[in-house]
Design a protein around this ligand. Structure first.
Ligand SMILES: *Cc1c(COP(=O)(O)O)cnc(C)c1O
Length: 362
């Protein structure tokens, strides 16, 4: 069989997709992935390893994710039947789309936003419909509601705070969308612990509402891949049909449960990141020719005169931030994760120098 034959066999919707690209930079300060910059707390680490030493690796993990779902349920104030955990929230986005969107479905995506929604909508064969955000990055509610009138619109993704723009969607708008949508409303709260605003209070009111969260950001567990869903029991039951039986390995189940049981340790880190965020916000304002957008999360969107060049020059100085590709609404934009105090000061120093030189040369 020839290479051309392989191409012929590949599903047509995959033709133009590109695989996720890993960053290839060592020895840089990582301010590109919105991770928690602090080391994982030693005391919690030790508890996890002690428990794992008892449990061993020879048995399959619990497919029902019982203990973890119970711990998350307690944390979020819902029953464990309203919780599902996955291999990162990425896996849950895939699961939601496999369950609720097929080749005839439209997946509504206010954009710019997190790229996985569109990618997975495409992979499952649905039609992603991007609805541009307004210039201030708020939802264009009339246009969005119009799109949601279509019965084919079976899933809409709302990201709050939105990645990469940092702004929250007011809860009244989420409610209106839940009321008017004929499909599932996914509210991605990956940055909930930084924003401290949630749709959880209206979860029981709207059977089509799904809240999506992750342990990868505030809870410092990006490497272990754990995300979770809060939704009605009916939705969770359906999601279990497409879930791989052993989607979450034993180690990750134990680690995430220990994180839930050791809240205060992480709360202290989150407080520190929030203080660093406020300080970084003030510092960024002092740099000429940078526009900074306010953020309820642990990152800032900034607009600079020549984003690709600033991105490259920051790498040369040992700092990696995210260049967002310059697409609609993100022209010359970079996303910068809030780091430790030291990382942020270093960033400000370098960014100042780079931006000043850009302005002089123009
Ligand atoms: C980082 C991020 C996720 C992915 O989280 P994982 O649990 O690591 O897969 C989901 N949604 C948004 C908006 C994110 O920024």
């Amino acid at each position: 069989m020839s290479k051309g034959d392989i191409q012929r066999l590949v599903q047509p919707q995959l033709k133009d997709l590109r695989p996720y690209e890993p960053h290839l930079y060592d020895n840089v300060i990582h301010l590109e992935a919105n991770e928690n910059p602090y080391p994982f707390p030693q005391e919690v680490m030790e508890k996890i390893f002690r428990e794992m030493a008892q449990l061993g690796f020879n048995r399959y993990p619990d497919p029902a994710l019982k203990d973890l779902r119970e711990a998350i349920g307690q944390y979020a104030g819902v029953s464990k039947e309203q919780v599902l955990a996955g291999n990162g929230s990425d896996e849950l986005i895939q699961g939601l789309l496999l369950t609720f969107a097929g080749p005839k479905a439209k997946v509504i995506i206010p954009s710019p936003t997190f790229s996985m929604y569109k990618i997975w909508a495409t992979v499952v064969g649905a039609s992603p419909v991007e609805v541009p955000l307004k210039a201030d990055y708020n939802l264009d509610l009339p246009v969005l509601l119009k799109e949601l009138e279509d019965p084919a619109a079976t899933v809409v993704f709302l990201c709050s705070p939105n990645n990469p723009t940092g702004n929250l969607i007011p809860l009244e708008e989420v409610e209106e969308i839940c009321q008017r949508s004929q499909g599932i409303v996914v509210l991605d709260e990956a940055y909930y612990e930084f924003a401290r605003e949630s749709g959880i209070s209206i979860l029981d009111k709207y059977p089509n509402l799904v809240i999506l969260r992750t342990f990868s950001k505030a809870y410092a567990l990006a490497g272990l891949r754990v995300g979770y869903i809060l939704a009605s029991e009916a939705i969770i039951k359906e999601l279990f049909k497409v879930k791989l039986p052993f989607n979450l390995n034993s180690f990750s189940q134990v680690a995430a449960r220990q994180v839930m049981e050791n809240q205060p340790v992480f709360e202290a880190q989150i407080e520190e990141i929030l203080a660093n965020r406020d300080e970084l916000w003030m510092e960024l304002q002092t740099i000429e020719n940078i526009k900074v957008f306010p953020s309820s999360a642990n990152y800032f969107l900034i607009q600079v005169p020549e984003a690709p060049r600033v991105h490259k020059e920051l790498i040369e100085e040992g700092i990696l931030v995210r260049y967002l590709g310059g697409g609609p609404g993100l022209e010359n934009c970079l996303r910068i994760t809030v780091g430790t105090k030291e990382e942020n000061s270093f960033l400000i120093e370098k960014l100042k120098a780079i931006c000043n030189s850009l302005v002089v040369k123009r």
